[in-house]
Ligand binder design. Structure first.
Ligand code: PBG
Length: 356
């Protein structure tokens, strides 16, 4: 669309394309259009504000690479080196983003995800870098899960059932999460964000943090995480697609929303400081229900597939990229999210700053 080529309203009228004004005899008292007439009026009555400080940037750091690696299905998103992560994080913080969420990709994976709680593991090192670099100016958060670290790609450790089927062992996984939480807190994370959807994960992590002297470290619980096909591109980015089966035995069924409230209640009872709904766009009804129910901050995660769809359509010239970014983020805020995780956080922060 070439905006330059379009006539102004005045030129358009001069072309004789305007219906003659009617006398104001329609008998309308209420005319909602009055408050939409000018940009200033619209701004004055806007109910939802979007600001850079609401946005959290998810970032990937990979062990054993010398240069950042682009992710094909997420144009503009990189697997960072420790060095490039630090630079990109400083930039995002300078743009005003509210926080960073760090995901690590280790060089070697095994069945129990040993790199996840290794004090010398990639996330621990990267978090220490970030806390030293920007820790006073932002909130450094860590994704707390096992799927990036296990060779089988599941979010927990596996157990063989009597029939020989492999399933994720909930309670054995909790012990791993507890240890990862302490490793991430030791590295300096301000907030840990358990995303594995194991029952009791928030409580297990809270207890472990408190015992290790990290009572002040907060928990952002991925309380409501659906088994979603919108995570596809992320699994390329974090190299964590499950090698067999899927995550439906621990992530929630798309069909349900009462269950989301139950999950949120359980997590808050176990000590969650912030609760998150994920993905965002297809679950805005759930965001609203959760917001109406709880009195802790609510986050929503605009996930990789949401990002990839917009980038792909924009690359084809089918949608106006920047407008769609701002519209999608505003919708998530309007649905009730206080905090939005988005791969556009750094860019959107700039856009919002420039539009003031
Ligand atoms: C699990 C995790 C996932 C995402 C965030 N944390 C993937 C999954 O459950 O398969 C998805 C994020 C996205 O799609 O942007 N550690």
């Amino acid at each position: 669309m070439d905006r330059q080529a379009r006539p102004s309203a005045r030129e358009f009228a001069a072309q004789g394309q305007v219906v003659a004004a009617m006398p104001d005899d329609a008998g309308l008292v209420s005319r909602p259009r009055r408050l939409r007439r000018t940009a200033a009026l619209r701004r004055l009555v806007a109910q939802t504000r979007l600001s850079a400080s609401d946005l959290v940037l998810p970032m990937f750091v990979k062990e054993g690479i010398d240069e950042p690696v682009p992710i094909a299905s997420m144009p503009g998103v990189l697997q960072h080196t420790r060095d490039s992560l630090r630079k990109a994080a400083s930039e995002a913080v300078a743009n005003g983003v509210g926080g960073l969420m760090v995901f690590g990709i280790p060089a070697a994976k095994d069945a129990r995800g040993s790199a996840a709680d290794d004090p010398g593991g990639i996330v621990q090192l990267a978090v220490a870098d970030l806390v030293a670099e920007v820790g006073d100016a932002t909130v450094v958060m860590t994704d707390l899960c096992l799927d990036e670290y296990t060779d089988h790609g599941h979010c927990g450790v596996l157990v063989e059932s009597a029939t020989g089927a492999l399933t994720v062992d909930n309670d054995a996984t909790l012990q791993r999460y507890a240890s990862i939480a302490v490793a991430q807190a030791t590295a300096g994370a301000h907030v840990v964000a358990p995303s594995g959807m194991m029952d009791g994960q928030v409580g297990a992590i809270r207890t472990a943090l408190d015992r290790a002297g990290f009572a002040e470290v907060a928990i952002l619980a991925y309380a409501v995480k659906y088994a979603s096909a919108f995570y596809g591109p992320f699994r390329d980015a974090a190299e964590c697609a499950p090698r067999f089966g899927d995550r439906r035995s621990y992530q929630q069924d798309t069909a349900n929303s009462d269950e989301a409230l139950r999950e949120v209640d359980l997590d808050i009872a176990q000590g969650a400081d912030i609760v998150m709904v994920k993905p965002a766009m297809s679950y805005l009804d759930v965001v609203r229900r959760v917001r109406d129910r709880v009195d802790v901050p609510v986050a929503a995660y605009q996930v990789s597939g949401e990002y990839a769809m917009v980038e792909a359509a924009a690359a084809n010239g089918w949608i106006d990229r920047e407008s769609v970014i701002v519209e999608s983020l505003t919708s998530i805020r309007r649905a009730g999210a206080d905090i939005v995780l988005t791969y556009w956080a750094a860019e959107a922060a700039l856009l919002l700053r420039d539009s003031r």
